[in-house]
Ligand binder design. Structure first.
Ligand SMILES: O=P(O)(O)OC[C@H]1O[C@H](O)[C@H](O)[C@@H](O)[C@@H]1O
Length: 450
């Protein structure tokens, strides 16, 4: 019995039962390509069995490092971008209170986590340096390739800040590098400097790496239970191991998305009703977008935060171009609730809600919005999460990962590479005058009249 539930009740007007049955052969083929490791990019599909086949010795080292960070630091600066950032940010936000970094020390389970290296904004770095101030801090620098420009730049700044504050030797004890086992500039630097290092396995691509040290060290340092996270993923691995669409809700999700895409619903909005889940959407967008968006194909992954965006995007969703469908990730039980406060009189017009909790309003709002959007022609899928905890998140991560792995093969593409991301890097390196890009430098600078 799946721990999370996938609800397709609200696509009945858009997808017929027999259409789903007709998807079975395509899904069976995709499942075989995935599990027999015969599909394109199979060398990057080790995430498939990661929840059972992870490095237990390294896992223990991650927990020890997290404890050390908690004992000698108030702040952990996590430096990374893309898959070396989004999974940790998603989990740290989801598994901790909303304003965790602002809470008093005795109200927080672990250290404050700040992220850096996910932009080239100088102001962001300066502002973060000011926020750290004189607090004790450590740095976890994460890069699979070990050569990504944005995190490399940020790492230089925070490394020097550590060295200035603690001296070179102690700074080295406060730097944790998560990177490739054998290559890359970060790997080499970590080796020369003697940083504690954690490995991103070769067979796990960046966007599938949240359950490796990439996500696990920051998540553990924030005070969350990474054992329970892995247990949730492990149970999902077992739950979603059948190719039969009637028995595998992750594959059913992949199949329904594919049917909708073929009918012209080419943009999927991941919807949340909890601000702590905004980065679930950001993580999911990379997972889906980099996996499927190839050969001029693929569903465009977008997102909306409700109620907030009902007052900005709501008009478009209700009445704009009809190429959208929604996947709502609904948390069934909030971590905390509030009874609507009593007030004498009815000046604010809310008397009819007396006796109702704010989460009940949230639930009714989500139900009402779903009905209105379906009436407006927006197919609506729902994933129900029973709890805001580690187990549920681990389960959900695996649900989306296996869904996109299979989905990618139904599109006939390699779901595990991301060749298109290189184009911007070439242009940027050329404009910056990076050695090796001399020919392109002339071309790109001429285009900008430089
Ligand atoms: O971990 P890194 O090698 O620094 O890569 C970080 C990110 O870089 C690029 O944007 C890739 O397209 C992403 O898939 C990757 O997650």
């Amino acid at each position: 019995m799946a721990h999370i539930t996938f609800n397709t009740k609200n696509i009945e007007n858009f997808v017929a039962e027999h259409e789903l049955d007709e998807m079975q052969p395509l899904i069976t083929m995709a499942d075989q390509q995935l599990r027999h490791r015969s599909g394109a990019g199979a060398e990057y599909s080790d995430w498939l069995t990661l929840p059972t086949d992870y490095d237990k010795e390294e896992f223990a080292r991650i927990q020890t490092a997290a404890q050390k960070i908690q004992s000698d630091s108030k702040v952990l600066v996590v430096i990374g971008i893309g898959g070396s950032y989004l999974g940790a940010k998603m989990a740290v936000d989801f598994l901790n209170p909303m304003f965790n970094n602002e809470l008093a020390d005795d109200q927080r389970k672990g250290v404050k986590i700040y992220f850096a290296g996910n932009s080239t904004s100088a102001s962001y770095i300066n502002d973060l340096v000011r926020v750290i101030g004189d607090q004790d801090f450590s740095v976890n620098v994460i890069s699979k390739s070990g050569t990504t420009t944005e995190p490399s730049i940020a790492f230089r700044v925070f490394k020097q800040l550590l060295e200035k504050k603690y001296g070179t030797d102690e700074a080295k004890q406060r730097i944790y590098a998560t990177t490739d086992a054998n290559r890359g500039a970060l790997h080499d630097e970590a080796k020369i400097s003697g940083y504690e290092t954690f490995t991103i396995p070769d067979g796990v691509g960046g966007r599938f790496s949240v359950l490796t040290a990439v996500g696990l060290l920051p998540i553990a340092a924030s005070g969350a239970d990474i054992e329970a996270l892995m247990t949730g993923a492990r149970d999902a691995q077992e739950e979603y191991s059948d190719a039969d669409l009637k028995k595998n809700e992750a594959y059913k999700y992949a199949a329904v998305r594919r049917i909708l895409y073929d009918k012209g619903y080419t943009t999927e909005l991941l919807i949340n009703w909890e601000p702590t889940m905004q980065y679930l959407s950001e993580w999911w967008k990379q997972l889906m977008g980099e996996s499927e968006g190839k050969n001029q194909k693929g569903i465009y992954p977008s997102s909306a935060n409700f109620s907030t965006d009902l007052h900005s995007l709501g008009q478009y969703i209700q009445e704009g171009r009809r190429d959208l469908f929604e996947t709502v990730v609904k948390l069934d039980n909030p971590v905390s609730n509030i009874d609507l406060p009593h007030e004498n009189g009815n000046n604010d017009g809310l008397q009819y809600l007396e006796g109702v909790t704010i989460d009940e309003v949230n639930t009714k709002a989500s139900q009402g919005v779903t009905l209105a959007h379906v009436d407006g022609g927006v197919p609506n899928l729902a994933v129900h999460l029973p709890a805001q905890d580690e187990y549920s998140l681990g389960y959900l991560i695996y649900f989306f990962e296996i869904a996109v792995g299979a989905s990618g093969y139904t599109f006939g593409i390699n779901p595990f590479n991301q060749p298109g991301v290189e184009a911007y890097k070439t242009a940027m390196f050329a404009l910056l005058g990076k050695p090796g890009y001399e020919d392109q430098t002339k071309v790109y600078r001429a285009r900008l009249n430089q």
